[in-house]
Design a protein around this ligand. Structure first.
Ligand SMILES: [Cu+2]
Length: 119
């Protein structure tokens, strides 16, 4: 038990120094690294991305979109197939429509959660 009594103050000291290191790290982040902070927050507030519909597959609940850069997914412009969150989203779009849409990661797949035709 004697050795335990010695250990406890050591542990408290170790925890305290870890905690203060954490505070320093946080201060550094909010001070100097606003770019990274924004990237993290954009996953919550998803921005609309631009695209053009290449194919609509209502039966499969899929849509092919030639899209511009998608900031929240860190994805460059490309043409790709998306699942849609709700097949009803496909009722309002057809091939060649210019669209704005939201795409999010869901269980390893990119899913369109909102889409609207740009007129
Ligand atoms: Cu893509």
């Amino acid at each position: 038990m004697k050795s335990l009594n010695k250990l406890i103050p050591m542990t408290v000291f170790a925890l305290a120094s870890v905690a203060s290191t954490g505070v320093v790290a946080q201060a550094t982040m909010s001070g100097g690294n606003m770019g990274d902070m924004k990237m993290q927050h954009s996953a919550e507030a998803v921005e609309m991305s631009d695209g053009q519909v290449r194919k609509v597959d209502k039966k499969a609940g899929k849509i092919t979109i030639k899209h511009g850069a998608i900031k929240n997914l860190d994805m460059p412009p490309m043409t790709m197939v998306y699942r849609v969150k709700d097949a009803a989203l496909l009722d309002h779009v057809q091939k060649d429509d210019k669209v704005k849409f939201k795409a999010e990661m869901d269980g390893g797949a990119t899913v369109v959660t909102e889409i609207e035709v740009v007129k």
